[in-house]
Design a protein around this ligand. Structure first.
Ligand SMILES: NC(=O)C1=CN([C@@H]2O[C@H](COP(=O)(O)OP(=O)(O)OC[C@H]3O[C@@H](n4cnc5c(N)ncnc54)[C@H](OP(=O)(O)O)[C@@H]3O)[C@@H](O)[C@H]2O)C=CC1
Ligand SMILES: O=C(O)[C@H](O)COP(=O)(O)O
Length: 496
């Protein structure tokens, strides 16, 4: 159970502690932040509201711990990461329980998130050993005017202190996708978990603690992003920020100093359906892509752009599948569970009402109880409706009927987002042309958008992000190239 057994150390009464300098601590603020269970809408957990002084202390420890960590052999760093991964996977049940209670993620998906996170950490350890163990060797005579008198050796060095800020929807997985690469590359790591998802993160951090990482190398400060976020992201001790979330990331990019930024932000992933598509395959992918975790995925299908000639048939097929979705609490492993907060539910409802006023066709009746919103397919959505452009982050999916592929591409590219998109057709040549025309970081052919598997590159264009994620890219992003040049007194040519 959460907060018991080996996790009892992280709990003080009904209040979860924060993690600093290798110890679980109570904040001197005396203030707490409540985590409201999206299903019951009652306080489920409480965490510390850390102070600025406590953030300063964490940054100091992170800085000094990093110096020693950078001198720790790569194989030892990898060994500790493998250990943390094993502990995490062994304790998937209590962590999944937190995900169910904090973010209403369906039971099976909650377990999957923890296991996937353990696998991500192990893969990161292996990949790190491979790519950080290699450098480059250049000789000077390949550039005009030079003899071979200079040997240039390049290697990848850590950046220092990495600040990781994940969002609520994959709090554990998107935290370890930052922690693993940072640590294997020789950095230290400060985690600011999302408020909804903080307790899942604290349990996950305890797995790293038990694995035996050095004091101060990893810390976790809790508190509302709106209160300590700016202090953290503008802290002079931070050498890199890896953030996943919404528009907050755009604001952070404008305020952060001259440090590398990895930003994975929102999306309005389009699903373009051509006349020759396998409509059963499309319908299955629309259900998976649009409604998994109640649409609260950055990679969810957020608008279907279907050719008018097959639109009726597709809508019927999707409707039939929507009717089979199980709606209810995450504990029962329902497909559609309550959305994360009441304000999120209100926002989604606002989009639905706007579409209603403007004449969208409701394929199901709109229904809401508390934070629980029944899945809804909106047909005949037009560009003047908010739902055509905004990200609902809920189980509401608009269908825009198009008369040409160009119209679909136009709609996709007119969005300020550019995360992923997908295209369904049996014609691979057309699919390639459409993929090239879509201004998104990734295009999936004949499948719904997805970030995973976690070693694939994952990036957004425009307002969807800066840089690229995925295990290899994250390791590279959290390092800097360092070169050493050996200058020879006279040209030297092998076998010359
Ligand atoms: N591209 C991608 O990979 C992904 C993108 N997303 C996007 O994230 C959004 C939903 O997630 P959500 O958690 O609501 O996103 P938010 O942007 O609201 O929050 C993300 C994180 O930022 C923190 N935060 C809030 N304010 C600040 C601040 N001023 N400074 C620093 N940190 C701050 C939050 O903490 P707190 O919770 O305490 O406010 C949370 O940890 C959607 O737009 C979605 O598309 C989600 C997942 C993946
Ligand atoms: O927030 C998200 O959408 C996640 O990054 C999605 O991950 P997935 O596409 O692999 O489920």
């Amino acid at each position: 159970m959460a907060g018991t057994g080996m996790f009892s150390e992280i709990l003080d009464g009904d209040l979860y502690k924060y993690y600093s300098d290798g110890e679980w601590k109570k904040s001197s603020s005396g203030k707490t932040v409540s985590i409201v269970n999206p299903t019951t809408r009652k306080t489920q957990y409480k965490v510390q509201a850390c102070t600025q002084e406590e953030v300063n202390k964490v940054m100091e420890s992170a800085k000094s711990a990093q110096k020693a960590w950078a001198k720790t052999p790569l194989w030892k760093r990898a060994e500790l990461l493998h250990k943390a991964a094993a502990i995490l996977k062994e304790h998937k049940a209590p962590i999944a329980e937190c995900l169910i209670k904090e973010i209403a993620k369906p039971a099976k998906d909650s377990v999957t998130e923890v296991v996937r996170s353990g696998d991500l950490i192990s893969y990161t350890a292996e990949e790190g050993v491979r790519i950080l163990g290699e450098g480059k060797f250049l000789v000077s005579d390949s550039f005009p005017g030079n003899d071979r008198t200079k040997y240039c050796l390049t290697s990848k060095i850590p950046l220092g202190v990495v600040l990781a800020i994940p969002p609520f929807n994959y709090p554990v997985n998107l935290a370890v996708s930052k922690i693993g690469p940072a640590l294997i590359a020789g950095n230290s790591l400060v985690l600011k978990p999302p408020t909804q998802g903080a307790v899942s993160c604290l349990h996950m951090v305890h797995c790293f603690h038990l694995a035996g990482f050095p004091k101060g190398l990893i810390s976790c400060v809790t508190g509302k992003g709106s209160e300590i976020g700016d202090f953290l992201t503008m802290h002079p001790g931070v050498n890199c920020i890896s953030f996943t979330g919404g528009d907050t990331g755009i604001a952070i990019s404008k305020k952060a100093g001259m440090i590398p930024l990895q930003m994975e932000l929102g999306g309005k992933d389009a699903c373009i359906v051509l006349e020759d598509a396998d409509l059963d395959l499309v319908a299955a992918n629309i259900i998976k892509g649009g409604f998994s975790y109640s649409g609260q995925r950055c990679t969810a299908i957020k608008v279907v752009l279907v050719m008018e000639s097959v639109a009726d048939a597709l809508v019927e097929k999707v409707k039939a599948r929507v009717a089979k979705l199980r709606v209810g609490p995450p504990e029962n492993d329902c497909d559609i569970t309550p959305v994360v907060t009441e304000s999120s539910a209100n926002f989604i409802e606002g989009l639905v009402m706007d579409a209603k006023e403007k004449g969208a066709t409701f394929c199901q009746q709109y229904k809401r109880e508390g934070n629980l919103i029944w899945p809804l397919l909106l047909d005949n959505v037009r560009p003047d409706m908010r739902i055509a452009w905004e990200e609902p982050f809920g189980p509401i999916l608009p269908v825009v009927r198009i008369n040409s592929v160009e119209e679909g591409i136009y709609h996709c590219n007119a969005s300020n987002f550019g995360l992923q998109g997908c295209v369904f057709t049996k014609d691979i040549n057309r699919a390639m042309l459409i993929s090239d025309a879509m201004e998104t970081g990734t295009v999936q052919i004949n499948s719904a958008p997805a970030r995973g598997p976690d070693h694939f590159p994952f990036q957004g264009l425009k307002d969807s992000g800066i840089g690229s994620q995925g295990i290899t890219n994250s390791i590279n992003m959290m390092t800097k190239v360092k070169t050493t040049v050996i200058n020879l007194p006279s040209p030297s040519y092998t076998m010359g």
